[in-house]
Write a protein that binds this ligand. Structure first.
Ligand code: BGC
Length: 501
């Protein structure tokens, strides 16, 4: 071999070696980065762990807090608000009634026609629109003028057939925020939740604001009841099945209400109702217990929210927040490693990842997780995200949703415990009866409503599975969870109907 050839061969060997070295270094680096990401996931998963023992502690804490909230004003983070609803619709109602529902993401208007028998419930003309985002931090005047205008359009469309005698229309206002009621048809806003921020409205009578706006437009509509969405769902549940004693909403926000004996509402002594009971709006979104598995991501979410130190339970289980918890975990991973390529800064934007995208990614059953790839691309992640990273995203969605579903189940079991329907001896925590005393387990229906529950199968499955785990196979046979589509609005209209009969 000539000298030139030797030199050439040597250079080729050196080049090959350095390419190999670069590749090895890259591989080692990428393995190290991947290990970091896996460690972040592991730590997050451990932080979100909800073994049944911990869930039972949450159940007990919920029941104890309910008791404290009923004992005195401000006795607990659970407000346990009076609703002045003591008789629920029973199927004998007749006539045509309206509901306007201001939720967290949508507002709905509908009309129901009732024929005096349970089977004759005709829900007509359901209108559902997203709430324009500028309304969420406008003024009360702008908000209520908008609602009145929407109602006007709705009634104009129906022409004269539904209101042929020209009688005043009776309306339920389903208002999905905490209200301190003074009667079934009046009450003041305690605070905003779910990102709404119209501060001058706090302390104002909500029904009066709507009635004023309707009068200003010359509409012959009477606001006959102001109803929390959970109470609407309970009303529809009860209308169909009188064993319904609890209602829960899992939507943009979350909350529960239930039927309580008036003598157990100690903070309002002497409260008399014909039925001996009253629906209590728990406002469980504000529940807190040291047993809740809280991570650094939850703390950051809370600190950066519009209502820090408030609605801690809601921030772990409700639709507005699940997407943002997932986003925060992805953001941390992408800061520690370049797994999402150079455009990973898209995850810096709060609430850019919505819970409906989380549900679509979580439930992606395509072999290559194409739906996950599509959603990441739509968010602005420019590089092709490898399959193993897509799997990682699905896993994060799973951890967040599993924790939410299981904590939601613990919340429900806490209410069942308080009312003595958890199989633990019959009398609830105030009865003084001990566990194991022989009491017939009563059939109990829990009405559930809200987009998170209706549209996110995995959330629903985790919740239902955990409820059986907590209550045990035998007791859970007596607990029926029933979905109430549009229950909040329909049920509120039924409630107004029951007030007239
Ligand atoms: C509100 C509740 C409401 C729940 C579900 C919460 O943010 O405080 O009043 O029932 O969301 O919509």
């Amino acid at each position: 071999m000539g000298k030139v050839a030797v030199a050439f061969a040597a250079a080729a060997v050196v080049a090959a070696c350095s390419v190999a070295a670069v590749m090895v270094r890259r591989r080692v680096k990428s393995r190290r980065r991947w290990r970091t990401v896996v460690e972040i996931l592991k730590e997050f998963e451990e932080g979100c762990d909800t073994p049944v023992g911990r869930l039972r502690q949450v159940v007990d804490a919920m029941a104890v807090e309910m008791h404290a909230g009923l004992a005195s004003q401000g006795g607990s983070k659970l407000k346990m608000l009076l609703t002045y609803v003591h008789d629920l619709p029973n199927g004998t109602e007749k006539g045509t009634y309206y509901a306007l529902h201001l939720g967290g993401t949508y507002f709905r208007i509908l009309r129901v026609h009732l024929g005096g028998e349970r089977s004759y419930l005709d829900v007509q003309d359901v209108e559902r629109h997203p709430i324009p985002s500028h309304l969420m931090n406008s003024t009360s005047e702008v908000l209520f003028n908008f609602l009145a205008f929407s109602l006007e359009r709705f009634t104009q469309k129906e022409g004269n057939e539904s209101n042929s005698q020209g009688v005043k229309r009776e309306l339920a206002f389903t208002f999905s925020f905490p209200v301190k009621h003074t009667s079934i048809s009046s009450g003041v806003l305690i605070k905003w939740t779910k990102g709404f921020e119209i501060s001058e409205m706090v302390g104002k009578d909500i029904a009066e604001c709507l009635q004023g706006a309707l009068n200003r437009r010359g509409l012959d509509i009477h606001v006959a009841a102001l109803v929390n969405d959970t109470v609407g769902a309970l009303s529809l549940g009860y209308y169909h099945d009188p064993d319904t004693v609890v209602a829960v909403v899992f939507g943009t926000g979350s909350n529960a209400c239930y039927l309580e004996r008036t003598d157990a509402i100690i903070k309002c002594q002497g409260l008399l109702t014909t039925s001996g009971s009253m629906v209590v709006n728990m406002e469980w979104g504000n529940f807190w217990s040291s047993h809740l598995p809280r991570t650094a991501y939850d703390m950051d979410l809370d600190a950066e929210s519009s209502n820090p130190n408030d609605m801690g339970f809601e921030k772990m289980i409700a639709g507005l927040y699940l997407g943002d918890i997932v986003r925060r975990v992805i953001l941390r991973m992408s800061q520690e490693s370049v797994i999402f390529g150079p455009s990973s800064s898209v995850f810096s934007e709060p609430y850019v990842l919505r819970t409906n995208s989380v549900s679509a990614m979580h439930e992606d059953d395509t072999p290559e997780l194409q739906e996950v790839a599509r959603i990441l691309k739509d968010l602005g992640v420019s590089s092709d995200v490898p399959l193993k990273v897509r799997k990682l995203v699905v896993k994060i969605c799973d951890v967040v949703t599993r924790r939410a579903g299981r904590l939601a189940a613990a919340g429900i079991a806490g209410i069942l415990k308080k009312v003595g329907r958890d199989g633990g001896g019959g009398g609830g925590i105030t009865s003084g009866r001990s566990r194991g005393e022989n009491q017939m387990q009563k059939r109990t229906v829990v009405a559930v409503e809200g987009g998170l529950y209706m549209n996110y199968t995995m959330f629903r499955e985790y919740m239902e599975e955990a409820l059986v785990e907590i209550l045990g196979e035998e007791v859970s046979q007596y607990v029926v969870v029933k979905a109430m589509e549009d229950g909040s609005s329909i049920g509120s209209a039924l409630l107004v109907a029951s007030l007239q009969s």
